[in-house]
Ligand binder design. Sequence first.
Ligand SMILES: Nc1ncnc2c1ncn2[C@@H]1O[C@H](COP(=O)(O)OP(=O)(O)OP(=O)(O)O)[C@@H](O)[C@H]1O
Length: 638
Amino acid sequence: MAFQIARLSGYSSAAIAAGIKHVRKRLAIDLARERKDSTDKTGRSNLSKLKRLRLVAGYALRYKGLGFASLLALGVAAAANLAAIGALQPVIDKGFGGEDPDAINRAFAILFGIVTVLAIAAACRAYFVTLLGERVVADLRRAAHARVVSLHPSFFEENRPSEIASRLTADAGVIQQVVSTSVSIALRNTALFIGGLSMMVIYNPGLMAIITVAIPVIIAPIVYLGRKVRALSRSSQDRIADVASMATESLGAIEVVQAFTREEAEKERFGSAVEAAYSTAQRRIRARSTMAGVVVFLISSAITFILWQGAQEVVAGRMTGGEMAAFVGYAVMAAAAAGAVVEVYGDLQRAAGAAGRLGELLDARTDLVVRADPLSLPQPLEGRVSFQQISFSYPSKPGIAALKDFTLEAAPGESVALVGPSGAGKSTVLQLLLRFFDPQSGAVLLDGVNIRDVEPVDLRNQLAIVPQETVIFADTVRENIRYGRPDAGDDEVEAAARAAVAHDFIMELPEGYEAWLGERGVRLSGGQRQRLAIARAILRDAPVLLLDEATSALDAQAEQSVQRALEHLMEGRTTILIAHRLATVLKADRIVVLEDGHVVASGRHEDLLQKSPLYARLAQLQFDVDAAQDLARPTAVL
Ligand SMILES: Nc1ncnc2c1ncn2[C@@H]1O[C@H](COP(=O)(O)OP(=O)(O)OP(=O)(O)O)[C@@H](O)[C@H]1O
């Protein structure tokens, strides 16, 4: 829609109204997001957040072989680390003293064996753990995407597609990184920490007791500062996400930005978001540097203290020099391991956040209630459409009725054009027929069957839609048309293109039907895109057609081609269309005028010009200039 607005040479009232509607919808979306964010921040404890990682664990448990191999490699590597320190003790005690000259050679031979085992275990650990991480994330991405594509449209209003995409890519990436590295670091270091402490108890329980008393003094400030840094990292990430979404938004609508000459305002908006991200990063860097200093000081002081105490033990004859060296070695290892666990704890939390966001996608439920024993639609379907006393408000606007006591019948093969001012409820009629929403009261029937009782997929298989904006996928022309019916043969695709008056322009493209469309492909004109959409709908060959005519202005020739294509498409189908062109309105069997969600008049063009002042006004405003002049002399049109 935005693109069409920009392409109009002047801003028609319809375009401005559409722009306002767009802004209104965006505001509603932003408010919904804000509400959602604030409920997310209701101070859940960090530990309960970590529980969200269960989701990841559940997926990892599907690969028991890989998980077991990873744990085994982790365990062997940790044991080898601990053994390496112990192996040095005889070197000091026996080798240096000269009592047993071979002790040095033996100890180093053992050490060499240990490091070989360590290297192999480390390689296996890296391989298995990383593979597991990638596998888990691939499964999570697929599961989340599979859930999302079947969700209800209102979900996409509260969750922007760009945000969902970022959950599937960035959040899943965080989980992958964490499962592959942080979890393995956490497990390895927990093992080293426990192993190190146990060895210290074995070597000198008395000295260990003194150290145990000192541990809280060292840990408390580290934990306190760690929390602060993590909070700042989180808000730093949020600010960066703001910058990213702002860039996506303004660059995605660059034509609108330039058409409204808003470049300077956009630069300023983006600039202040970048600066906000920078100042948060500055605070984070300050806290992180302070923390680094405090940690180095505390840990080094603790080691110095142990050395001092150990030296006294050696002098008193309660410990050998080798034992003291091993004791200090284990202490350093345990301290480093504790530090590493604290360090990755933040990553684990980040992953828990990411898992929570992906989990929300996996848990998202569609609001549509599908009957356990759905009815089938008659086959073949005649295409009788009936809206019976519908009252409907969108879930995001509960008090405001988009349709009120709306009744409409379309006989098989009949074409009904909906016209009405912006916001009258025309698009809502199509949304209800597609069963994107269920009305609060009244019923929509297709060949006499209430569509509430039908499986949505069965219902939608009977409908073909030509939306206002043609969606082109990054694929060939042929596949873009085949989107309407994936099992259609090449000849059927071409026949549909011919019927949609698209064959000739397709043949003029560099590679004809194989020409690549989409972002980096051939750019089609508005009229050509519309004809592709029509070809898609022709190929679908459904008995009921929903047509939301494009508002973009086409030149006379393109307009004629599109019109011919539409005529082919509407032949023999029940059509409910939102008309923006006079030619289409004139062709419709019946015109229904909507205002404020209900029908105010219905009939053919010529009757309505006489009996409905609203229609006469709309006809003048919305249809093209020549037609408007003709409308001043109604008989000329007839
Ligand atoms: N997804 C939505 N969520 C909430 N409200 C909506 C939604 N879509 C439309 N509305 C509201 O419902 C009412 C009817 O809108 P609808 O889009 O059906 O009108 P329309 O006649 O198709 O307008 P236009 O010609 O501008 O497309 C309006 O008040 C609109 O703001």
